[in-house]
Design a protein around this ligand. Structure first.
Ligand SMILES: Nc1ncnc2c1ncn2[C@@H]1O[C@H](COP(=O)(O)OP(=O)(O)OP(=O)(O)O)[C@@H](O)[C@H]1O
Length: 264
């Protein structure tokens, strides 16, 4: 079953520099991108710096609207709206923050952090039980619930970000470079956990990364973005072994510089 789709999605921003005649030229950052995420699948979105990955995520999360094309969830057209109006969508599609150091309010305990989406999204049911379940799902001891996130390690904080995203039992988890702030061994553990948790819960995963090896560790399918266009897509092993686009080849070339433990 297809959950999240982007069809012909295009996004333009004013270019940084003004034209000498005074007009501000426009840059096309995403150009007619098509994408579909099915229930339970793990899709990676890769591309070099500035390829448009984060912009595509903002459109998929209905934080921004495309200039052309459309994004749908379970067939319903998504448009950025006042927070309450998209509550139904936010329960189903949860975002895993990129930087676990910046993601949490310093005064919130671990329990507060995980319960926040349940309260804000008015998720019905037994919240203490869900908090406990979510912490266990990411292998965090529920005894940590009364601690402040500042007392956790970087890896534990990334697990906490994942526990928070899992608490509403979303159909899709969206993670933007979730390992970029972590040390190499912790990166591998977080990628494995993302894969295992999504398999165990049945959530789909959309993982954005620079790193094709990281995507290969966690995902089954990949979309390669280059200068705002999808230049290649397919099973991640196939793209890895027989890349057809220069962009995919460049990303593979870059792998030896990437974390130890994530190998070709
Ligand atoms: N709000 C904005 N206004 C103007 N330009 C923007 C805006 N957001 C993104 N851009 C530009 O769009 C292009 C794509 O940016 P985006 O952040 O989506 O790329 P990315 O693939 O996520 O890159 P990175 O891996 O470096 O984070 C960049 O050139 C960026 O400068």
């Amino acid at each position: 079953m297809t959950l999240l789709t982007a069809a012909g999605v295009t996004k333009r921003y004013p270019a940084a520099r003004r034209h000498p005649l005074g007009r501000r030229p426009v840059r096309t950052v995403l150009d007619a991108v098509d994408l579909a995420v099915s229930a339970g699948e793990r899709l990676g979105i890769v591309g070099g710096s500035g390829a448009g990955k984060s912009t595509l995520l903002r459109l998929l999360l209905a934080v921004e609207a495309p200039d052309a094309g459309e994004v749908r969830f379970r067939g319903r057209l998504l448009r950025p709206a006042a927070p309450g109006r998209l509550r139904w969508f936010r329960r189903e599609v949860q975002f895993v923050a990129q930087d676990p150091y910046a993601a949490f309010s310093p005064r919130m305990t671990v329990r507060d952090v995980v319960s926040e989406p349940l309260r804000c999204l008015r998720v019905p049911g037994d919240h203490p039980r869900r908090i406990d379940e979510s912490l266990r799902a990411v292998q965090l001891d529920p005894a940590l619930a009364s601690r402040l996130p500042s007392t956790l390690s970087g890896g534990q904080r990334q697990r906490l970000a994942l526990a928070r995203a899992l608490a509403p039992r979303p159909a899709v988890l969206v993670a933007d470079e979730p390992i970029s702030a972590l040390d190499a061994p912790v990166r591998v553990a977080v990628l494995d956990l993302l894969r295992e948790v999504t398999v165990a819960t049945g959530s789909a995963l959309v993982l954005v990364a620079h790193d094709l090896a990281a995507v290969r560790r966690a995902c089954t399918r990949v979309v390669v973005l280059d200068q705002g266009r999808v230049v290649e897509s397919g099973p991640v092993d196939q793209v890895f072994r027989t890349p057809r686009s220069a962009a995919a080849r460049n990303l593979i070339e870059a792998i030896p510089r990437l974390p130890s433990g994530v190998t070709r």
